[in-house]
Design a protein around this ligand. Structure first.
Ligand SMILES: Cc1cc2nc3c(=O)[nH]c(=O)nc-3n(C[C@H](O)[C@H](O)[C@H](O)COP(=O)(O)OP(=O)(O)OC[C@H]3O[C@@H](n4cnc5c(N)ncnc54)[C@H](O)[C@@H]3O)c2cc1C
Length: 324
């Protein structure tokens, strides 16, 4: 059966988040000859519509209510429920981001929908969508389907390959107004822990440091490599606990879960709680002076050596390469 798929997109700093475009690619895999509808909250703009069209949206609902300019649970919850009622989709996707994690369960509970969170893959089997999601901190994967009602899932960033359609396709734009009553929180200030740079959860390349980096200043050489590669900086809890970096950079079971194309672990031993956050990275490079370190068990490439000697050499080499 052809399906109508609704994707709630997310905007950050005026730009669509990559995971929203990945959600549109997921929609294309399952819509058949159905319809792909994107919803944008808080802003409008030709550029946003053009990008969504290029990635497969056939209709774009612009919900330009001023109460949606910044995320609040109450505001987005009310708006999203109204959009779902209006569009009446068979399938609903949004990113497994801070927003998705907060919003999706609340909406699912209110509308009585099943929800499969944090999916890394999906496929069609007859009428059913089979969703793949990690369990046991990424040690195994389970396949699930929703047997009744709308199919609702959040999508882990960096897992669904982006697909663009023809540059000439333009989505139909619908201005949709929503009633937003009580918002019980007020945003007074947004404090960014990671100033500038690449967002960790969506980064394609992450250079990550552990207790082996030895100090906050030690992270400078990781940053130099990350800058050359266009990557983000991550850290183990060991490094965060030691005060070398902020907890917003922590990767692992109690930190962020990331799946970049390339993860470079520097001076990280490879504790199970750290692996829970990064072991599904596509390529893992480990730099550690201990040849027995467990990180080498999950690494595709291992360098046994002192990170303070190895990293500057890598940075120098990469500087001379054109990164495409
Ligand atoms: C409930 C719970 C939740 C947790 N959640 C997380 C989590 O989310 N994320 C997380 O990371 N941890 C988490 N931990 C902590 C985890 O168990 C480890 O303690 C932590 O990951 C260790 O950090 P590390 O690898 O940086 O430090 P260490 O284990 O001390 O390893 C440092 C490594 O650096 C190497 N090294 C030292 N000097 C150099 C050098 N000059 N060059 C190269 N290598 C060098 C050493 O050989 C060593 O392998 C959690 C623990 C618990 C109990």
């Amino acid at each position: 059966m052809d399906k109508k798929v609704l994707v709630l997109t997310e905007i950050r700093d005026g730009n669509l988040r990559n995971v929203s475009l990945e959600a549109l690619s997921a929609a294309k895999r399952v819509a058949g000859n159905g319809e792909i509808v994107a919803a944008v909250f808080g802003i409008s703009g030709d550029e946003v519509v053009a990008t969504l069209s290029r990635h497969g949206a056939q209709k774009v609902y612009i919900v330009a209510n001023e109460k949606l300019q910044q995320y609040t649970t109450d505001g987005y919850f009310q708006a999203f429920c109204q959009v779902i009622k209006e569009v009446n989709p068979d399938v609903i996707f949004l990113g497994h981001t801070a927003v998705g994690k907060d919003l999706a369960p609340r909406v699912a509970a209110r509308l009585g929908l099943g929800l499969i969170s944090d999916i890394t893959d999906l496929s069609l089997e007859g009428e059913d969508i089979i969703f793949t999601r990690p369990i046991y901190a990424g040690k195994a994967f389970q396949k699930k389907k929703i047997v009744d009602g709308k199919m609702f899932a959040t999508i882990r960033p960096n897992n669904i390959a982006l697909e663009e359609t023809s540059a000439s396709s333009t989505a139909e734009v619908i201005s949709f107004s929503v009633e937003i009553t009580d918002i019980r929180t007020t945003i007074k200030e947004v404090v960014r822990k990671t100033s500038g740079g690449v967002d960790l959860s969506e980064a394609k390349i992450i250079v990550s440091g552990g207790r082996g980096v030895k100090s906050a200043e030690g992270f400078t050489i990781l940053k130099e490599l990350a800058d050359v590669l266009g990557g983000a900086i991550g850290a183990s809890r060991g490094a965060c606990d030691a005060g070398y970096c902020d907890y917003s950079m922590q990767i692992g079971q109690t930190g962020k879960v990331v799946t970049p194309d390339l993860y470079i672990a520097c001076g990280i031993s490879g504790a199970i709680q750290h692996l829970a956050g990064m072991s599904n990275s596509k390529i893992i490079v480990a730099i550690n002076k201990d040849p027995e370190a467990s990180i080498f068990n999950v690494a595709d490439y291992g360098i046994v050596g002192d990170l303070f000697e190895v990293l500057p050499k890598l940075t120098e080499k990469f500087k001379n390469l054109v990164i495409t």
